[in-house]
Design a protein. Sequence first.
Length: 303
Amino acid sequence: MSNDTKAQIKKKVKKHIPKDWLCELRILYRLVKETVNDIQKTGIVNLVIITTMAAILTIFGAFFRSAISMSSFAHELGNVLELSVYLKDNADPNTVKNQVKEFEHVENVTIVPKLASWSDLKREMDLPDIENPLPDTLHVKIDKPENIEAVFKDVKLLQSVEDVSYAQELAKKIEALNHIVNMITVFVVIIMAILTITIINNTIQLVIQSRKDEIEIMRLMGVSNWYIRFPLIMQGAFYGFCGAIIALIPLEFVQNGLNHMHQFFMVPMPMYAQTFVVAVMFLMAISFGAGGSFLCIKKHLQV
């Protein structure tokens, strides 16, 4: 009988075996107990691992939370960026306004009549009594800073437009800031993953070595591979979870500092930023912890 046939028969038999939920709970209890025992056997090393993971997660959380705030600042700066569109003498401001509003990424267009501009200038400066040399102007607000260049090119093609200008250097700096923040965040995540997996890998390797004979006996008895794997994977997840809990304390100080900075510059705080960072931090800590254990098991155990 071939192996495929045996596997098919085994699947069919399993379908007809009634599930004993009490037995399933006993197995789960036993797995949890094995996890606790493994953690206890690791001893004082647990504290070192959890503290190290907490430090790694604190760095990640601080960078990630700061990145969200910096993106918020960049967005607010981008919102004040406007295109100044100077019209030709024979152009109708309302007609050009309607044309510009049709362009993609344009949020709002405001007409500044040349008479109003001239009056404001005369109030600010002592000017001779000459004819108004200023053109009618449109102030065009863009939805996002990265779209300002595209709208700039579209507006400049209009025949009624004499010239277009905007704070080009500021727009480039905002875009560069966003790019740098995103790159740093990705870099920190990669470093965090490498350090976490390395630490967990070494720890689980020690546990495997200490339980080598016990694991060998279980394998000879025909114990399921997942029964051997599960406590070790849970141990890695436990380290990640505990590290994330400790990391919440310094992360709260980071949050308070950023709150003061937002209040000082009168920039609104990003909604649910802290909750999002905490959720991502816990998810990554547990995933990397369990993932590090799983990789170590595959490397050092043929199960």
